[in-house]
Design a protein around this ligand. Structure first.
Ligand SMILES: Cc1cc2nc3c(=O)[nH]c(=O)nc-3n(C[C@H](O)[C@H](O)[C@H](O)COP(=O)(O)OP(=O)(O)OC[C@H]3O[C@@H](n4cnc5c(N)ncnc54)[C@H](O)[C@@H]3O)c2cc1C
Length: 397
């Protein structure tokens, strides 16, 4: 959708073109052209003294069928036969939301060779019903098939809320689901709640992490949100009871233009940040990529993964898969060591849920010390080798 120009009224004066902050309006010989960069901000409408520009009406108030939607759903992601931890976290969060709404909590499991054990696992984290679609075409994840299946399921069962992990899989296909259902989606939420009038309150960092924005989707259903791994706490209760519904979907849902021929597992174990119990991260304070060997050595000794600030990634010292923070991974290990990292807010939002944070920085006023459990004010090139030496000595004793 974009602004439209009434050619009868337009004099091609060019005022709108100069006023457009998106640079979306250009002047042709006898007409004005609006490109797809138009953000529908409406500034051009106000500047046109001939009333030649209009903005298409967006939204028509609440859909009439809002009341026919009920229930909270969690998309249950799994890999190699194991349900991803983020699905457990979301089910536990979803349980609270479903109880507040007085509705059922469902989990959606798509794949091939699914088993009752996986469904039972989801039930023990709070699901009352597990919708299972088991088809050979779903053996490997593809955006097209997975999104078509979820869209079809939602159209049939009409849940009011649909949650998914902000994992590479969730980020890849959940926006397609939202587009297919013509509803809103809030990505990377850090908090979810129910408002008095029943809407889902979706809170996430905005404007570079400087404010927290709470977003609602009042006019469309389902209300859709993704949440990063390790943001919500999983709560498992043995003995919970639930039912499993095996769902058959039309063959149309399994058609795709892309076929996955082979899945090659990532070799670099250190990139498995989100699952690591210990993470040693390095920043620009390391001065060059070669010096990251210090971080790698320490991480190996502690049986941990290597993380990096965006500063270090931008310098090309570490691959982006190691980046911790707002535009990297969110982590919450038992131990997080930040070495030569200043502690910008965009880094902190990705690691401040860690149990113990150790910061090594030569600047005592570095903001990383505000969140550190233990702060070491030192030159990292002196401290880290000494620390490694002592660890080795203690382990030998
Ligand atoms: C939209 C947006 C998204 C962003 N997303 C992320 C993100 O996901 N993750 C992220 O990390 N950043 C992110 N950033 C960037 C962030 O704002 C910072 O620029 C970045 O985190 C800085 O990296 P740094 O701490 O390694 O570098 P610097 O800020 O340069 O800090 C280096 C630190 O090393 C210390 N130091 C230097 N030498 C030594 C030494 N010899 N011994 C000990 N300490 C030493 C210094 O005192 C300093 O505190 C984002 C920014 C924006 C605008």
């Amino acid at each position: 959708m974009k602004a439209t120009v009434d050619k009868q009224k337009c004099t091609v004066c060019g005022v709108c073109s100069g006023a457009c902050p998106m640079g979306a309006i250009s002047l042709r010989e006898n007409e004005v052209e609006v490109s797809d960069d138009c953000s529908l901000c409406g500034i051009c409408v106000d500047t046109c003294e001939f009333g030649a520009i209009s903005i298409p009406e967006v939204g028509h108030g609440p859909s009439e069928d809002l009341g026919s939607y009920s229930g909270v759903w969690v998309y249950a992601e799994w890999r190699e036969g194991k349900v991803h931890a983020v699905s457990h976290e979301l089910l536990s969060a979803g349980r609270i939301l479903a109880d507040k709404r007085g509705v059922e909590l469902g989990a959606v499991l798509l794949g091939s060779g699914l088993n009752e054990q996986m469904a039972q696992d989801l039930i023990s984290y709070g699901a009352e019903v597990v919708y299972m679609v088991d088809r050979p075409e779903l053996a490997h994840f593809t955006d097209e098939r997975y999104s078509k299946c979820i869209v079809e399921l939602v159209k049939r069962k009409r849940p009011e809320i649909l949650l998914a992990g902000a994992t590479s899989m969730g980020r890849s296909f959940i926006p397609r689901v939202a587009a297919g259902l013509q509803t809103g989606l809030t990505a990377d939420c850090t908090e979810l709640d129910i408002a008095e009038e029943g809407h889902l309150l979706q809170t996430r960092p905005a404007f570079g992490g400087n404010i927290m924005a709470t977003i609602i989707c009042p006019n469309r259903r389902p209300q859709m949100a993704t949440v990063r791994p390790k943001v919500m706490k999983p709560v498992r209760l043995e003995g919970r009871k639930g039912r499993v519904e095996k769902v058959e979907l039309p063959s149309e849902c399994f058609k795709a233009r892309v076929e996955v021929l082979e899945v090659i597992a990532e070799q670099d174990q250190t990139a498995k940040l989100t699952e690591a119990d210990v993470i040693v991260s390095g920043g620009r304070g390391l001065r060059n990529g070669e010096n990251f060997k210090l971080i790698e050595g320490l991480a190996e000794m502690l049986n941990g993964a290597v993380g990096a600030s965006r500063g270090a990634v931008e310098e090309g010292w570490m691959a982006p898969s190691h980046q911790v923070g707002q535009t990297g991974r969110t982590v919450a290990p038992t131990l997080y060591m930040a070495v030569g990292i200043s502690g910008a807010v965009q880094h902190l939002v990705g690691m401040q849920g860690s149990q113990v944070i150790v910061a090594v920085n030569k600047d005592p006023s570095a903001p990383i010390f505000d969140v550190a459990t233990y702060g070491v004010v030192a030159d990292l090139f002196e401290f880290i080798p000494e620390f490694v030496k002592r660890l080795k000595r203690e382990r030998q004793e």
